[in-house]
Design a protein around this ligand. Sequence first.
Ligand SMILES: *[C@@H]1O[C@H](CO)[C@@H](O)[C@H](O)[C@H]1NC(C)=O
Length: 447
Amino acid sequence: MTNFHTIYKLSLVAVCCFIQANSSSSSSSSSCPLMECWFVQEKTGRGGGLTGATTQEKSLLHISTDANSHGESQRVPSDISPDRVFFVTDPAATLCHRSLSPPRGSIIKPQCEINPYQPHPSTLKWVAPLTESAFSPIYLQADWLSASLHGINNEVVISSIMRAPTGTKENNVILSVTSKTVSVKSRLGKPVTLDCNFWVDRSSPLSGSGFAVEWRYQFRGEGRLVAAYDGKTDRIADTQEEGAILDFESIHEKGNASLTLQEAKVRHSGTYICTVYLPYLLAQVVVELEIVEPPSLSIHPSPLPLAVPGQTLMVQCEASGFTPLSLELGWEFKGSDGKSRRLEPGSLTGHRQAWDGTYSQSSRLELDTSKTDLGTGGELTCVAVHPGGTQQASTTISVIGFSTPSIEDSMAMVGVALVLYGLIKFMSWTFTSSGSNEADKQQKKEE
Ligand SMILES: *[C@@H]1O[C@H](CO)[C@@H](O)[C@H](O)[C@H]1NC(C)=O
């Protein structure tokens, strides 16, 4: 009886603990994350000038959607200075994205970096109208931070500008820019949309004074302006980029500054930077676009000439229209037994680039029929392995005079002979009968 009693008690305790653990975990997952970030700032030299070097300290961001819900500060880990603990209020909940709160114990972690931020007017043509009045509001005199976050699995990138009244660690998000297309792959010729959305704190004095949006492209040191829009005067900048579209209505109504490229081209592969400007502030996110197109394959000559045993067949497989330049070309042979096997790789030619930026490359196979057992022939396949997918092209090989005909072949020959015989019979019958018809007619006319 006592035993039963203890078991009963123990199970009750277990249930209690389970419920408690459950409720605490669910409450922490529904709220915004407690983010560990690197606080990175430029080292100030002895003379007050910048040395160019940076310092990096661990910091902690308590994120919440509501300023009042920042509870008593929890224990600060010993390796984080209390000076580097910040309370962030983000009414838009941008920083509460699920990819910033990975499951506990997860090995992959979101990345976060914060930096001190200095508001300043921009001189760019499409941004300058935002700060025309030329005086900086007193509102700018505060502690500003910029935060850049990268969610797990490339789900989202976020850049936020936050303001805290001087000397406090109570930061309010003023501007956030996000993208959910952190790394995009697109086929050639398809429309592709690069996501960029922004949010502005309506209660900030900077929010009523307009904004500007800019998309820049960067690849191996080369940069160009893709699109820019001054939302204050409703003007777009002249760019050389054709087929790059911003939806101005959507920008104004939803803060959706996504860029659509109507037709993906090879030269579109690269890094894109979406920058959103408020007067004195800017935040930007970086996304990657890669154009991936698998090759088209063709085999020459096709069909292959009949092969005589001992002869060396020269076959070429040409892969064209592919990008990026990363290709493996191989050969397979499937004999009459239905089994596929790999042949030795052919010799790969150098690549060529077409006018549209796509590549072509060939593999030359020297197939020595005396060394490779091809039987009576079969199917020769060229296999191209490419980041865009594996492609195949096949042709038939026939080897003649190889051996005595197989049973199937003999039966086929008998069949053919029978058909031929029948055909000849039929033809001669129709011929003679039509001939006799003619003769009949002739006779009738004469009568
Ligand atoms: C933003 O606009 C693009 C097209 O410009 C659209 O594809 C996308 O769904 C929009 N995103 C949101 C969140 O509305």
